[in-house]
Design a protein around this ligand. Structure first.
Ligand code: ADP
Ligand code: MG
Length: 457
């Protein structure tokens, strides 16, 4: 088994090249000189003697890792994980810089926190200054001064980032704290599950949520108006509040706009403090782009971006920071592929579909894949993989469905992004469309995702 991957390595690389249409220049630059160092515990360790390749393993892994993994599976008929190993016994540059710049708080409850969503990485400006300062204070004295902390604002303005920064901060100071980060659709789905299992007063569900120190609940708007979930949420809210546990809530609107919500409940959101995030101005957008570039560089990426490119993006992409970041990623990717500096001309070309009056074009299947992957705490490459288990298949089908709903792409184009044929895409799109009619929790998830994709900007 071990040697099968090594024996068939050339065949595997050729398969990847032809199956995924890897261009000659990319193949010759990044792939050709890769070889298998060892195979251990179902992990294929890939390395190279060429330092231009090893120093770009981050890029190669993001861009071609999935292709290689799938090719290995196709050719050997068995599934392996792959690791890029730069031959440096005491963990290469990649790993060192990653561990110093990233904090991984996996010990927390609920969904994992995104290691990049820290206060350090949050750019403070006048549109978010108050929210930032308030969040920091809440993090410094959890449960004490600002409880609950309610953060609202439009999609893509940093609510989740700020909320998770609080979680990181608290865990950094006291790793024994139980921080629960949960999106409102997951909260809803867990409740539905526990009720479905016949638990009329969902004891286990309640116990789980009562037994924490910090509750970070994201996008509460999807809970409001759903009687049973809302009731259960306030039950949890009251229990935590009375026990002086910190509650942080985000939403797309202020409490007063939840007109269907009983005043008694609505006022509860205001017991602590309510702050909002507003769209960034030009300078803030520039600063955020710069921060994201620094972050990528600290992770080992070698990026040279012209200042003109940064101003071009900041001037032309309005309001939504998630989309601004997507634009940056696109420019960097193109510059790397073409092995050219990221000049304004290159950026104009890379963003020709994004920077246009027709906003629908802003949303690409790739963007949707990123959003869905982030939502499920998985890698975009898992969505594009051939793994058939439910954990991978459902997000993949959802991403196809959303791509067909919110992008201009034809089914065939979507198929080519996902590496699937026309019929498969059609089938999956139809399946999700039908399932959401019957399945409340799926419908919930789709609403949350649609909000994140934010097709209406
Ligand atoms: P929301 O939850 O409001 O939809 P997110 O918190 O998911 O938005 O933010 C979208 C993206 O923008 C994230 O990648 C986040 O890191 C980035 N972002 C938003 N605001 C800032 C900021 N002030 N500084 C740095 N990055 C930011
Ligand atoms: Mg969010």
């Amino acid at each position: 088994m071990k040697n099968l991957v090594m024996d068939k390595w050339d065949e595997i690389l050729e398969f990847a090249r032809s199956e995924y249409n890897i261009s000659n220049v990319s193949f010759n630059t990044w792939i050709k000189d890769l070889y298998v160092k060892k195979v251990e515990d179902n992990i294929v360790y890939i390395t190279s003697d060429n330092s231009n390749i090893t120093s770009n393993f981050n890029h190669i892994s993001t861009k071609y890792g999935l292709f290689l993994k799938t090719a290995i599976q196709e050719i050997t008929d068995s599934e392996f994980d792959i690791k890029f190993d730069n031959n440096d016994e005491d963990a290469g540059n990649d790993k060192k810089s990653t561990s110093s710049s990233k904090v991984s708080h996996t010990g927390n409850e609920g969904l994992p926190l995104n290691p990049d969503y820290t206060f350090d990485n949050f750019v403070v400006s006048k549109n978010n200054q108050l929210a930032h300062a308030t969040a920091l204070k809440a993090a410094e004295s959890p449960g004490d001064i600002y409880n609950p902390l309610y953060i609202y604002g439009d999609s893509g303005l940093g609510k989740t980032h700020l909320m998770q920064s609080i979680g990181h901060f608290i865990l950094e100071n006291d790793p024994s704290k139980k921080v629960m980060f949960v999106t409102s659709d997951i909260f809803t789905n867990e409740l539905i599950d526990s009720i479905r299992k016949g638990d009329a007063s969902p004891a286990a569900f309640r116990e789980k949520y009562r037994n924490i120190d910090v509750l970070l609940i994201d996008d509460i708007q999807f809970i409001i108006g759903k009687d049973r979930t809302q009731e259960e949420f306030f039950y949890t809210f009251n229990a935590l509040y009375e026990a002086k546990k910190q509650i942080v809530i985000t939403s797309d609107k202020p409490p007063k706009d939840f007109t269907t919500l009983d005043e008694r409940w609505r006022s509860r959101f205001g017991w602590g403090i309510i702050v909002d995030l507003t769209p960034p101005d030009y300078e803030t957008k520039v600063a955020i782009l710069q921060k994201k570039i620094d972050l990528k560089q600290s992770e080992g990426a070698n990026i040279a971006i012209d200042d003109k490119v940064i101003s071009y993006m900041a001037e032309n992409i309005n309001s939504n920071i998630r989309i601004l970041e997507g634009a940056l990623t696109k420019v960097i990717a193109l510059a790397k592929i073409q092995r050219m500096p990221a000049t304004k001309e290159l950026a104009e070309y890379a963003l020709r579909d994004m920077i246009t009056p027709n906003h629908k074009k802003l949303i690409t299947p790739e963007f949707i894949i990123d959003v869905v992957a982030e939502h499920y705490g998985m890698n975009p490459s898992d969505i594009l993989s051939k793994k058939r288990d439910k954990n991978n298949a459902l997000p993949r089908q959802i991403a196809m469905y959303l791509s067909s709903e919110y992008t201009d792409c034809t089914i065939s184009k979507i198929g080519s992004v996902f590496g699937k044929d026309h019929t498969t895409v059609m089938h999956n799109v139809k399946k999700i469309k039908q399932d959401r009619e019957k399945d409340v929790s799926l419908d919930e998830t789709l609403k949350v995702l649609t909000n994140k994709i934010n097709p209406d900007i």
